[in-house]
Design a protein around this ligand. Structure first.
Ligand code: FAD
Length: 401
């Protein structure tokens, strides 16, 4: 078995940022990152890929260029966690021991939980921006749309970037208008939720956007099956008298699949104890330290933080985690607190973004001293050019933000 002082599981937005910041603060630390893939993706731009204004290839870079120089890269999947022995076990059967563990393996996309989805995704009108390989097909469908039903779904689980399922719908509406086919098309948002957005101020704004765009919103509609032969989407609809099955024919179906914590997290002692939740890592929502195993920390999509799962949230979580982990290493108190900040740039059309920023308890948390609920061209520029630049050059390199 191998031993490292700090082991980081996952080299995505959260894992790389934490490792880079730790090593910027203390070059002597022995940090290992366990990450199986050669590529690193800037996922927030997949919305723009699906909208036809960003190249898929521009969202991917080589992981090796973002592993901090003095960190050790262990190229493997973690398969099992054994926190009582401070050990993680990889798919290849290697045992890696740690003094401190940072869990950042992201969220698992449960394609298999919608019947027929794995068989239909990427063809015959079924698309999703939630994977690098499928996002370009979303644009193929929008670009070639002639008439009929375009349906956009939202599942009954937490997802990463809760705004993304609607962002692509607003871009599709705008594209259809430019193509002159909006009158022949019907756009529907079929969401398992009972509201359009969790934060009241932005929900009000988005309700005015769907009204302006004449989008048909169906609440409490949970996609459960796709029948490719008849191009039908089957929903479980929650009504006052129970669950009712509703079938809707589609010409374009953009699916936001159900999501949960990766299975190896769910099956471990580090997940929340109540089996009904999606198996997130059980951390203190302010310090990001594990509630049972003090030498374990977690952040990003996998952590049990009651806020929206975004890269923007990771940006604010990482410095808190790093500060508290270094405090623990130096036997000091954990004094830094994460306030739940998250942000979702909602594209309401080409050249238009509402930058939704909020913290715990849905408290507004705007960066700029301007009305945050307005659709702005400046925020579109930030989304398309500013944020990707910040991500690759500042955040992943461990500079403070
Ligand atoms: P990830 O960045 O997903 O990284 C997880 C890493 O863990 C991956 O590299 C993976 O290979 C690795 N891993 C997985 N399993 C294992 C294992 N068993 N062992 C070891 N490593 C493993 N965020 C925003 O801030 N703004 C947006 O506008 C926005 N839009 C989005 C739109 C879409 C379509 C999508 C898909 C996401 C969007 N996000 C957005 C969300 C953002 O991408 C995530 O919240 C962010 O990447 C979370 O970081 P993470 O490190 O927790 O997970």
């Amino acid at each position: 078995s191998v031993q490292h002082q700090v082991v980081v599981v996952g080299g995505g937005a959260a894992g790389i940022t934490v490792a880079a910041q730790l090593l910027k603060k203390n070059k002597q630390l022995d940090v290992a990152i366990i990450e199986p893939t050669d590529k690193h993706y800037y996922q927030p731009a997949w919305t723009l890929v699906g909208g036809g204004v960003y190249k898929a290839l521009d969202t991917v870079r080589d992981e090796k260029d973002y592993i901090p120089d003095s960190a050790t890269w262990l190229k493997d999947y973690v398969a099992k966690l054994d926190p009582d022995n401070n050990t993680v076990i990889t798919q290849e059967g290697k045992r890696i021991c740690y003094e401190y563990l940072v869990l950042a393996p992201g969220i698992q996309i449960d394609w298999h939980l919608v019947k027929g989805l794995k068989e239909t995704i990427g063809q015959d009108g079924v698309c999703s921006n939630y994977a690098y390989e499928y996002a370009p097909y979303t644009w193929e469908l929008i670009k070639n749309f002639k008439d009929g039903n375009a349906i956009f779904t939202y599942p009954n689980t937490p997802v990463k970037c809760g705004g993304a399922p609607q962002k692509i719908m607003y871009l599709a509406d705008d594209a259809f208008r430019k193509q002159g086919i909006r009158p022949q098309s019907k756009i529907m948002f079929c969401t398992a939720m009972g509201v359009i957005f969790g934060v009241k101020e932005f929900a009000e704004k988005l309700l005015s956007v769907v009204e302006r765009k004449q989008i048909d919103v169906r609440y409490k509609h949970n996609l459960k099956e796709i029948k490719a032969d008849t191009k039908t989407a089957i929903f479980d609809v929650l009504t006052d008298s129970g669950v009712e099955e509703v079938a809707i024919q589609y010409d374009l179906l953009h699916v936001t699949p159900p999501m949960s914590a990766p299975d190896f997290i769910k099956q471990s002692k580090l997940a929340l104890p109540d089996g009904a939740s999606q198996g997130w890592v059980n951390v203190n929502k302010y310090t990001l330290q594990h509630n049972v195993y003090p030498n374990v920390f977690s952040l990003g999509d996998v952590a049990s933080l009651p806020t929206s799962k975004t890269a923007a949230a990771v940006r604010k979580q990482a410095p808190v985690l790093v500060h508290n982990l270094l405090a623990l290493i130096n036997s000091k108190n954990l004094t830094q607190k994460y306030n739940g900040y998250s942000s979702c740039p909602i594209t309401t059309g080409y050249g238009k973004v509402v930058l939704a920023e909020f913290g715990y308890d849905n408290k507004l948390s705007p960066t700029f001293p301007i009305d945050p609920t307005r659709e702005r061209y400046s925020m579109w520029l930030l989304k398309k050019y500013g944020f990707p630049y910040l991500y690759w050059n500042i955040m992943l390199k461990g500079y403070p933000l």
